[in-house]
Design a protein around this ligand. Structure first.
Ligand code: F6P
Length: 319
């Protein structure tokens, strides 16, 4: 293996830049050439790429977003798109690829691996929804962003004696909502993995106000419903006025936390090692504090990966 490519794909996540840097620098340290591919799989199809050097990945470890830009690419799902991508890989003499993204990005990389171009995936998504890794890149930063927002909303909620519903991202996963709700002291957390009971939600709001609570925070994961839909449901059951705050894409931006930068560095270096060992179709992850690589197909096995004990605890602590 002489030359590898790196791309970021799908929704961006804080720490992607740190991972690009780690992939590039580790590869150069090992004597490989590195090509940065712009705009994910679309850039691969279009041949939008350039050789990286030590300097071109300098001053990015602390930056949010992705220097290589990202895209969701419907064309790559077609046979023609995949063929064009393979031609570009041949043309540019790229022997292996590191793909930084979520499970959609992983699916694309399995296609390339099966066509003879070994790919290794680094889990980059704020959703923390990739089986086989305890944490994905960007989750910790997004978590801290959400906590910061909850703290700020709590200030104004207290001033006005209000109930706030905060809608949190995560696609089909409730991890971000659950962790942020627990860390932010939310009274109620609504996530896709657990059923909720509206009577109980209303009961909590009422008992909180009876004992003089000045605010109530309800976190709703977007995978369940929107914040305004949940507000309408509350209105159907009780005469409680709420305010809704949709955090939106603010959760995807910002400088990565120390934890995400370290994870990115470890993941990036490991991805290069796995490619150098001649393995493709592997996903990088962290399991019980150990950086590991595993069969990427395991990352598609959508099982129950949420910690239901944590959900139970969030209820116990917010009585
Ligand atoms: O997967 C990351 C994520 O931010 C999800 O949490 C969210 O549902 C989705 O991407 C939003 O996608 P887009 O940026 O395309 O609107």
């Amino acid at each position: 293996m002489k030359r590898i490519g790196v791309l970021t794909s799908g929704g961006d996540a804080p720490g992607m830049n740190a991972a690009i840097r780690a992939v590039a620098r580790k590869a150069m340290f090992e004597g490989l050439e590195v090509v940065g591919i712009y705009h994910g799989y679309q850039g691969l199809i279009d041949g939008n790429m350039e050789v990286l050097n030590l300097g071109s990945v300098g001053d990015i470890i602390q930056r949010g977003g992705t220097k290589l830009y990202s895209a969701r690419c419907p064309e790559f799902r077609t046979k023609e798109g995949q063929q064009k991508a393979i031609e570009q890989l041949k043309l540019n003499k790229i022997d292996g690829l590191v793909i930084i993204g979520g499970d959609g990005s992983y699916r694309g990389s399995m296609t390339l691996t099966n066509s003879g171009f070994p790919c290794v995936g680094i889990p980059g998504t704020i959703d923390n929804d990739i089986p086989g890794t305890d944490y994905t890149l960007g989750f910790d930063t997004a978590l801290n962003t959400v906590i910061d927002c909850i703290d700020k909303i709590r200030d104004t909620a207290t001033s006005h004696d209000r109930t706030f519903i905060i809608e949190v991202m995560g696609r089909d996963s409730g991890d971000l909502a659950l962790w942020a709700g627990l860390a932010g002291g939310a009274e109620t957390i609504i996530i896709p993995e657990e059923t909720y009971n509206m009577e109980e939600v209303i009961g909590r709001l009422k008992s909180g106000s009876t004992r003089g609570k000045k605010h109530s925070i309800i976190i709703v994961a977007e995978g369940v419903m929107s914040g305004s839909e949940f507000a309408a449901k509350i209105k159907e059951h009780a005469d409680i006025e709420t305010r809704v705050s949709v955090l939106g894409h603010i959760q995807r931006g910002g400088s990565p936390t120390g934890r995400d930068r370290v994870l990115a560095s470890l993941f990036g270096a490991k991805a290069v090692e796995v490619l150098l060992a001649g393995h493709g179709g592997r996903a990088i992850g962290i399991q019980n504090h150990q950086v590991v690589d595993y069969d990427m197909n395991e990352a598609f096995e959508k099982g129950e990966i949420m910690d239901s004990k944590m959900y139970q605890l969030s209820k116990e602590l917010s009585i």
